[in-house]
Design a protein around this ligand. Structure first.
Ligand code: SAH
Length: 481
């Protein structure tokens, strides 16, 4: 075993390296600090996570203590990852930690990350070098302005200052005193590559006169002025908008990714957790006589997965399946096609009219229909099928329960993608919490549940898919576009 010092990049989870992802996924222990990205940390699913961060006034973990902790954990034979914001060797004190490991004879590897210097430059539109403006770059720390050799760095074309937001007035004065013109272009990028990214541009003098939010990285030099034209990230249509998703991200990675691609900050606030049914017997019995069924109706991807999981532990397999398949909604269909099963009928919604309409061209008289699903409120679908002459068997394949998600997060929007997400949200929070948000409902059934609880959705999706939810939110912010 080795100890891995891993850079997590500046914040956007997609800026993590492939190697970092692999190491995090197999880690037993992750030691992290407060600029490590939370999404990166979440990849370390099975790992014990130990916070060893330091904040400005709180030097709670001296560096040699962290080195010592790495050594101790390594001795237990565990897979130890030391996760650091940005790159471990750029103002990350990775050097000291590796020296401690080397001195103790502990084998290690360093996985580079995208430094905030590079990440913020790319996202804020500040090319570090440019034929017209800059052929030299320096990275400096603004933590202790007095410790910098200002005459040496003042002449570098592009000066990148870490940890400089707090002391910038002092840094600016030192730069000007060392000969840099007060009207040199300057830019400060706070929370780079994250949903909250904000770039302030101006000159050394103008930036020194305003407050800069931390963490921020500062750029001094001609290239800083290019941000006004090249800043693509803050021009994304949902930049500055935060969206809380009430489904676990693991169940909606595509949705989270699509929101992020439009610039939104995505916050995971799962109000649903999938658990086993009260009893597997009815589902097992149905699987035992799978050949009997003419139709299988799946109403969610969870139902498909629960069915498949149970089929896998039964003596049967997919060869017992001769039924036609009906999947409600595109995600459900995807869950089936992932199992190499083709879907025969695809109603848009789990409402009697929609399913009946979709099945209208098929003879249902005497047909055996199996619906494995979550056992929740009664609905009219089975009645509608029975009215068409079908023999309907409903079995509980899974249950949705309220997870221990804690209080709701700060966000502009909250999305509800089923009635249970609404009910569980209300179970987890005080009634007035909802008024904090703009709400997006996936469709009429969810909307009805919301209204029953006195919540009027800000937008309702049409089509009733997660893509529809995203489009509705986008349309809310850009009605013309
Ligand atoms: N090893 C890190 C730097 C750690 S020092 C790297 O390579 O990026 C911490 C400083 O990095 C902060 O004070 C700030 O100046 C900068 N920084 C880190 N993440 C940042 C972010 N997302 N946006 C802006 N600055 C950031």
């Amino acid at each position: 075993m080795k100890v891995y010092l891993v850079g997590s990049g500046p914040g956007d989870p997609e800026l993590l390296t492939v190697k970092a992802k692999r190491l995090l996924e197999s880690a037993d222990i992750v030691l992290y600090d407060h600029l490590s990205s939370p999404e990166a940390l979440r990849l370390a699913r099975g790992a014990e996570k130990i916070y060893v961060g330091k904040r400005r006034d709180d030097h709670s973990f001296p560096q040699d203590e962290i080195g010592q902790m790495l050594i101790e954990h390594w001795k237990t034979g565990k897979h130890v990852v030391r996760l650091k914001g940005g790159d471990p060797y750029v103002f990350g004190r990775g050097g000291e930690e590796c020296e401690a490991l080397a001195a103790a004879g502990v084998p290690f590897e360093v996985v580079p990350g995208i430094s905030a210097a590079i990440g913020a430059a790319a996202y804020a539109g500040i090319p570090l070098t440019h034929r017209d403006y800059a052929s030299s770059v320096a990275f400096v720390t603004g933590h202790h302005p007095a410790a910098i050799d200002w005459p040496k760095v003042a002449g570098v074309d592009t000066l990148v200052i870490f940890m400089g937001a707090f002391h910038f007035p002092e840094l600016a004065a030192a730069l000007i005193a060392a000969g840099r013109a007060a009207d040199t272009p300057a830019a400060a990028v706070s929370w780079a590559t994250r949903g909250e990214q904000r770039t302030v541009t101006g000159t050394i003098a103008s930036l020194a006169a305003q407050k800069i939010a931390s963490p921020a990285i500062l750029y001094i030099g001609g290239v800083a002025a290019l941000s006004e034209r090249l800043n693509w990230f803050e021009k994304l249509p949902l930049h500055g908008v935060s969206v809380a998703l009430t489904r676990p991200l693991a169940q909606s990675p595509d949705t989270a990714q699509k929101f992020a691609a439009l610039g939104a900050k995505v916050i995971e606030y799962p109000t649903i957790e999938i658990s086993d049914p009260f009893s597997f017997d009815p589902l097992d019995r149905a699987i035992g006589e799978l050949e009997k069924f003419d139709w299988l109706i799946f109403t969610s991807a969870n139902a498909v997965q629960a069915f498949a999981k149970r089929l896998a532990v039964s003596p049967h397999d997919l060869r017992s399946l001769r039924a036609k398949l009906c999947a409600v909604g595109p995600m459900t269909r995807k869950a089936l096609t992932d199992m190499h099963l083709k879907v025969d009928v695809l109603p848009a919604e789990y409402v009697a009219e929609s399913i009946a309409a979709a099945l209208a061209s098929h003879p249902m008289q005497g047909q055996q229909v199996l619906i494995p699903r979550a056992a929740i409120a009664r609905d009219t679908v089975p009645d509608a099928l029975r009215a068409m002459g079908a023999i309907v068997t409903i079995v509980e394949a899974y249950r949705t329960i309220v997870p221990a998600s804690g209080p709701a997060p700060e966000a502009d929007w909250i999305t509800f993608t089923s009635s249970s997400t609404v009910k569980n949200f209300l179970a987890l929070n005080e009634p007035d919490v909802i008024s904090r948000y703009k709400t997006a409902s996936i469709g009429p059934i969810t909307t009805e549940t919301m209204r029953m609880h006195g919540i009027e959705p800000t937008v309702e999706a049409n089509p009733h898919t997660t893509q529809g939810v995203l489009d509705a939110i986008l349309h809310y912010h850009h009605p013309q576009g």
